[in-house]
Design a protein around this ligand. Structure first.
Ligand SMILES: *[C@@H]1O[C@H](CO)[C@@H](O)[C@H](O)[C@H]1NC(C)=O
Ligand SMILES: *[C@@H]1O[C@H](CO)[C@@H](O)[C@H](O)[C@H]1NC(C)=O
Ligand SMILES: *[C@@H]1O[C@H](CO)[C@@H](O)[C@H](O)[C@H]1NC(C)=O
Length: 315
């Protein structure tokens, strides 16, 4: 039987050996990172054409600003490309299967939002770490705040659906240098929190995401003969606010009934004047109430607002 003292010594030696292995692995990675980044110019393109594979677009949060015709998204965009300068032989570095590097130190595609709401939102400046694999594959999944323009069609408000298109692409490089391809089985997961309220309470999230689709877009400009490639993300959102709906619908139905009553009354009745006056005042109040939304839709007047102003003017 081993004495307790011997057991402790054995355990300490084993722990030290384990730590030594960890330390060795970490030193190997450190050496690898140093070797890869030595003389690496992050401004220089990898051997071209660089094909950027887009594999993921996950929406974490979404907000629509109808007044400003903007959509604000918080999303994770996953894409990968090959940079041969960052490849290594796994067996030379203790079988290192992957490594992370700060994205400040390596070349990144200069992706920008083409239809950003303002200049500041154009550049995608998130700085996360990239994962590098022995064959030179670089995987980058930044978390992005995207603000871009989406003209709201409020014709069917408050049952409106919007098709908002986001365009992302390289700002200076043409398709000859940076190409984009969308992986066939790309994932467009939508965070549960976005679509469901966690405790069954009234959700502040007013929008339901019906569909997210990614597509590669290639476009020729007048100036140049080379194509410019971008990624098109189509997001279809539907307003989902039952309470909000009924605040609008009940008064509208009441106003219609009041108008009908007005027509049924005999021509000579004195009440006709009273009802007529009431009707016009209520219609105007309703218009003032819905004004906030109608103002946001200069190009597409909501049918609801057309209806009530229609009845008001036929009086
Ligand atoms: C991109 O996708 C193509 C085809 O699906 C594949 O052959 C290539 O290895 C992928 N590249 C990267 C960097 O993932
Ligand atoms: C949304 O808009 C894009 C571009 O304008 C179009 O290609 C796409 O078909 C539209 N989707 C729907 C469902 O209307
Ligand atoms: C897509 O398919 C590739 C191989 O065909 C697989 O490695 C990858 O995990 C898949 N991605 C998703 C998001 O399902």
């Amino acid at each position: 039987m081993m004495s307790p003292g011997l057991v402790v010594v054995v355990l300490v030696v084993m722990a030290a050996a384990g730590q030594g292995k960890d330390l060795q692995g970490s030193l190997k990675l450190q050496h690898l990172r140093k070797t890869l980044l030595q003389g690496y110019d992050k401004e220089a393109l990898p051997p071209t054409p660089v094909t950027v594979n887009v594999s993921q677009f996950s929406i974490r949060d979404l907000e629509m600003h109808e007044g400003a015709h903007r959509l604000s998204l918080h999303a994770w965009l996953g894409y990968s490309w090959y940079d041969q300068r960052l490849s290594w032989k796994a067996e030379d570095y203790g079988g290192a299967e992957m490594m992370t590097i700060s994205s400040r130190d390596v070349w990144l595609p200069d992706f920008s939002v083409y239809n950003a709401g303002d200049a500041e939102a154009t550049l995608l400046t998130s700085r996360f770490r990239v994962i590098v694999y022995p064959d030179g594959k670089v995987l980058y999944v930044p978390s992005l705040d995207l603000h871009y323009s989406c003209v709201a069609d409020l014709t069917y408000w408050p049952h409106d659906t919007h098709n908002c298109t986001l365009k992302i692409g390289s700002w200076v490089h043409s398709g000859r240098h940076i190409d984009i391809s969308v992986q066939k089985n790309f994932s467009t997961e939508v965070d549960d929190e976005v679509t469901k309220s966690p405790d069954g309470q009234m959700d502040t999230m007013e929008w339901k995401i019906l569909n997210v689709n990614l597509k590669r877009l290639s476009k020729f400009y007048d100036c140049c003969t080379e194509p410019y490639v971008s990624l098109m993300v189509n997001i279809i959102v539907q307003r989902e606010a039952p309470a909000f709906c009924w605040i609008i619908k009940t008064p509208a139905v009441c106003l219609v009934l009041l108008t009908v009553v007005l027509f049924i009354l005999p021509p000579g009745a004195g009440e006709k004047i009273v009802f007529g006056g009431m009707n016009i005042i209520l219609n105007l109040m309703f218009l003032i109430f819905t004004h906030g939304t109608v103002r946001n839709a200069p190009s597409h007047t909501p049918l609801l607002a057309c209806d009530t102003s229609g009845t008001a003017s036929t009086m």
